[in-house]
Design a protein around this ligand. Structure first.
Ligand code: NDP
Length: 329
């Protein structure tokens, strides 16, 4: 394969982002020790931001979006990786500063790769993808803080989205009683099937943020940020913790200090891009162990490269339910 299909993002003189499906040559590939034939990628919120140019996540032009990839090694100058090895790559700036996974081929650093667990197909690995790493990392951070299902229930915001749906499923699997928050009532039944005990709308999180609200949950997984996270913090039980994952509603946090200094609440940030390699290996083996593959398939739609650009536009409009995989090759 000397030339190959990829989605390419370019910026015009006015700074607007354009996206097209095109063919690239091997000479377009970036520096790295390992060349992959990509089998699957995913549509993450960050890919949507890159495709639409809504936030400046792309820091190298032109760019191939796709922060996740599952593929097979086809050439390697890194002794740890041999042709035929099945691998996963999430984060590390791929799709932001290094050409990403919406492509039939990638050349990357061997340090970024994790062996794909045999129990997961490439599509299943990408249905988990960065979202799975994020949820697993959040679960680990809660456990290290000593916040457990015995302390009370957990609230998941942005629950019908990709990370949210996965969080509902994996938190329920790990014994948490999950309250799912969604602005899409039509998704309530699907979220219950994933394991949510309660599904509520966004009304509780509207209006001015009170310094302290009624104590409702021991923990939170927040995909939304802004006023939603501020409201969530005000409703955590003493000693509770919120995992800050996302900024679907904005990067700001109009919160009070009261939950922190009067209830000992913790706010924990998760950055899936820079999770150290050793922890990623543990995360993927745990994900392969705990994921319910039937439920994962039920919450995942599969598109191909010709449909990925449109999907990138839809995800930033909140128009995708569950996870979306891009099947390649
Ligand atoms: P999705 O678009 O699939 O999900 C986001 C969800 O947030 C939507 O489905 C919607 O849920 C909710 N939402 C969107 N806009 C608003 C709004 N204005 N007010 C309230 N709720 C809103 O994206 P992903 O699940 O892929 O990503 C979620 C967030 O997590 C993103 O901000 C993403 O950048 C971030 N992220 C962070 C990572 C990290 O390492 N920290 C890793 C991966 C993702 P509903 O319809 O149910 O209300």
């Amino acid at each position: 394969m000397t030339d190959f299909a990829a989605v390419l993002l370019e910026r015009d003189e006015e700074g607007r982002t354009g996206a097209r499906l095109t063919r690239l040559a091997d000479s377009d590939l970036m520096a790295g020790e390992v060349t992959l034939a990509v089998r699957a990628s995913a549509v993450n919120f960050k890919d949507g931001l890159a495709v639409t140019g809504r936030l400046p996540v792309v820091r190298r032009w032109p760019m191939v979006p796709g922060i996740d990839a599952a593929g097979v090694v086809i050439a390697s100058e890194d002794a740890r990786w041999q042709p035929g090895d099945e691998v996963i790559l999430t984060g590390w700036g791929v799709g932001e500063t290094h050409l990403g996974g919406w492509s039939e081929k990638m050349r990357v650093s061997g340090d970024w790769l994790v062996r794909r667990p045999a129990a997961l197909s490439p599509v299943e690995a990408m249905a988990l993808g960065t979202a799975g790493v994020t949820v697993a990392e959040g679960l680990d951070r809660l456990a290290r803080l000593g916040v457990t299902p015995a302390d009370g229930s957990i609230v998941v915001t942005g629950a019908a989205g990709g990370v949210g749906s996965l969080a509902v499923m994996l938190l329920a699997r790990e014994g948490w009683s999950v309250t799912a928050v969604t602005g899409r009532p039509e998704e309530a039944e699907r979220l219950r099937r994933l394991g949510a005990v309660e599904v509520i709308g966004r009304d509780l999180f509207m209006g001015p943020v009170k310094p302290l609200g009624r104590e409702r949950w021991a923990a939170a997984f927040d995909m939304v940020g802004s006023a939603m996270l501020a409201h969530v913090l005000s409703m955590l039980k003493p000693g509770g913790a919120a995992i800050a994952c996302g900024n679907a509603a904005g990067m700001d946090l109009p919160a009070s200090l009261a939950p922190f200094i009067l209830r000992g609440v913790s706010l924990i940030g998760v950055d899936s891009v820079r999770v150290p390699k050793a922890r990623r290996e543990a995360i993927w083996s745990r994900l392969a162990d705990i994921v319910d593959r039937q439920r994962l398939a039920a919450m995942t739609a599969v598109v191909d490269l010709t449909e990925a650009i449109d999907a990138g536009h839809r995800i930033v409009e909140g128009g995708i339910a569950g996870r979306m995989v891009v099947a390649i090759g």
